[in-house]
Ligand binder design. Sequence first.
Ligand code: FE2
Length: 204
Amino acid sequence: MAHELPPLPYDYAALEPHISADIMRLHHDKHHDTYVKKLNEALGQAPELQNKSAEELIRDLSSVPESIRAAVRNNGGGHVNHSMFWQIMKPEGGGNPTGAIADAINETFGDFNSFKEKFNDAGVKQFGSGWAWLVAGADGKLKITSTANQDNPLSNGEFPILGNDVWEHAYYLQYQNRRPDYLTAWWNTVNWEEINRRFAQRNR
Ligand SMILES: [Fe+2]
C-alpha cells in the first residue's frame, strides 16, 4: 500500500501573517509530496515493508534493508515530520498552552516563556537543516532536543510531542536569513488541542 500525502487541514493562507501562503503551498505540495514519492520509490524494493506505517519504519530502522535505509530514514522521516507539522498548527492558533501539556511544561521548565526560549534556542542552534523538538524521553521526562535533516525522535526511542521545522524551505521566502524571527512568530500558529492529543499518546 503506497504512502499518501495528507491534505493540508486548512487553506494555504490560513496561517498568515505568521507563515505566508507561498511558503505553505511550496512546503506542502512540493517538499512533503517529494518525501512521500521518494519513500514509495524506496519501498518498491522492499515489498515486505509495504504494510508498515511510516512511523513503524523509522522507529525500527534496523529492520529496513541497508540498501534503502538512508532513503527511508530521510524520506520516511520527512513524511512523518511534516504530517505532524500541519496538524500541530492551525488558523487563530497560539496563545498559552492548555490542558495537561501546560502543567507538564510548567513543571519541567518553570513556565511557558522559559520553555519557549529554550526551544527557540535549540532551533537557532541547529546547524543547517533540521528540527527542534519537545519530546518525551524513554524515562517519560519531557526534554528539548534537535535533530539534523529529517531525523525523527522516534528513531532514538523518544516520542515527539511537538516539533518545528527549521529547514530554510520552512521560512526563507518570508523571513530570509532571520530564523529567530520565524521561530518566534511560529508560536502564533500552534494548535494546543492537537499537542495535548499527542502528549496523551506518548506512552503508547
Ligand atoms: Fe519542511
